[in-house]
Design a protein around this ligand. Structure first.
Ligand SMILES: [Mg+2]
Length: 477
């Protein structure tokens, strides 16, 4: 961040795109200066109804988790935000509420003992600067000076820093026109973010994309942790930490961008009028299904949705798969396939869609399937794929493309292997966000000619059988 305010919204695009590909989200907000403007007294920093509504809308979205991480006492920030289903951290990370599970830094009396050593000097200093006052919190104190004029505030900060520096066991930083004092070896917003993200990941079943919004020095610890986990940080206002990747002018601009973001996130669930509630139910059921043991995964009735307007090849392949223990849903049109997925999505693990549907219906349908059912294993199939078509397809999608005619003997071990992989949720369906090479092709039966393409390698020989099998994947990194 270069210190100049900018209003880039690339972060909105990235969040929306990753969520669209099935990545859950962790949206983490500081309170003062981020969700609310800095005001004359902390007690006046109330959340507006619009901001509360924005947070509520995020909480209500499937696979989106929300946390508020504040320097205020935990009870204070929980009362001010007043929303259920939100993770809270108070006292700069010394107190946590992980959706009902409370955690607290073991030695919250430490700060009192430490401050005792400079108690008299601190009282004398504050008498020199009328308008300063101390806020005691569990495990921390804040020395507020927002009532001072700028010159007096600068003098006070200088003298207070000199005094507090006498105790190495203290950590102090200027945060929102106050000096936040905590034990040097205590928890902070970074440890709070780690605890919250761990809890969220356990709840979601996969690591979320973490995004941290903060305005002051004590937010840097949280931003660093988020950065280590591949997330991003958005600074609010001119005093935001340098580590923030992008910056917004103030809480108002944050609100406007959250409105844009939420609108885009909601579109992931607009595959049908029944949408979010239905999809969430299906997803939860899939999660339960996915929790069964790996060995059992191959033995249970695995479901496959086959969208192919060619009735002859569709029925032939369906019959073959059913003989191998698959339950197959057949459909001739995208509309019919969508209805089947909405109705029986909790039983369907794999979707195969013919790319040769008129227009871009095949590609669009499979993309929508991935948005509404992120854990679905998805692949395209097509007859007479030319190298030119394959190359064009590869530029547009990283999903696998199999060339017809297809044989159940080839597909069965492939899909069952994917279902048995260590993380059952990991599948070809995630190839949009992950390199295809991360799928464990090495575990596939040797006779399959599925292969990874090395840089500079020619496309696999589309249209010819290989290794006694006709099931070939056009690698498309
Ligand atoms: Mg703040």
């Amino acid at each position: 961040m270069n210190g100049l305010l900018s209003t880039r919204t690339g972060w909105v695009d990235r969040i929306a795109e990753e969520y669209g590909r099935g990545r859950p989200l962790a949206m983490l907000f500081d309170y003062d200066g981020t969700l609310t403007p800095i005001v004359r007294h902390p007690s006046l920093a109330r959340l507006t109804s619009d901001t509360r509504q924005r947070l509520q809308e995020l909480v209500d979205l499937p696979e989106v988790k929300v946390g508020v991480i504040s320097g205020r006492a935990l009870s204070d920030v929980k009362t001010l935000v007043g929303l259920e289903g939100v993770y809270y951290a108070g006292s700069g990370g010394l107190e946590l509420d992980l959706l009902g599970t409370d955690e607290r830094f073991p030695d919250t009396d430490a700060i009192g003992k430490l401050i005792d050593g400079i108690q008299d000097q601190l009282v004398d200093l504050m008498r020199k600067f009328p308008g300063t006052w101390i806020e005691k919190k569990p495990g921390a104190i804040s020395i507020h000076f927002r009532g001072l004029l700028p010159l007096a505030a600068t003098c006070f900060r200088f003298e207070a820093a000199a005094l507090l520096s006498m105790l190495e066991e203290l950590r102090f930083r200027v945060v929102s026109e106050a000096i936040e004092v905590t034990p040097a070896d205590g928890w902070d917003k970074g440890t709070a973010v780690e605890s919250i993200l761990t809890h969220m990941e356990n709840s979601l079943g996969s690591p979320p994309l973490a995004v941290y919004f903060g305005d002051a020095a004590n937010d840097a610890d949280g931003m660093v942790i988020v950065g280590h986990k591949g997330g991003m940080s958005i600074g609010i206002g001119p005093d935001a930490p340098e580590v923030a990747e992008e910056q917004l002018a103030d809480p108002l601009e944050l609100g406007a961008n959250l409105d844009k973001l939420t609108t885009r996130l909601k579109t992931r669930w607009e595959i049908s009028p029944k949408t979010a509630e239905k999809s969430l139910r299906v997803e939860n059921e899939l999660t339960v299904n996915n929790s069964i043991s790996s060995s059992a995964a191959a033995e249970v009735d695995a479901g496959l949705l086959l969208l192919d307007p060619d009735g002859v090849s569709r029925k032939k392949l369906a019959n073959e798969l059913e003989k191998l223990g698959w339950r197959v849903w057949q459909s001739e049109t995208p509309e019919e396939a969508t209805q089947l997925l909405i109705r029986d999505g909790n039983k369907i693990h794999v979707a195969m869609v013919d790319l040769q549907l008129p227009g871009l219906q095949g590609a669009r349908t499979l993309m929508e399937f991935g948005q509404s059912h992120p854990h679905l294993i998805r692949c395209f199939m097509s007859a007479d794929v030319s190298p030119y078509t394959a190359a064009a397809f590869a530029r547009l999608s990283s999903l696998p493309l199999f060339v017809k005619p297809l044989f159940a003997d080839d597909l069965n071990p492939l899909f069952r292997t994917l279902l048995k992989q260590e993380n059952p949720k990991r599948s070809l369906a995630e190839a949009d966000s992950s390199p295809a090479s991360e799928v464990n092709y090495d575990s596939l039966p040797k006779h399959l000619s599925i292969r990874k393409r090395a840089p500079g390698d020619r496309l696999p020989g589309v249209g010819s059988r290989s290794g006694g099998s006709s099931t070939r994947q056009v690698d498309n990194r």
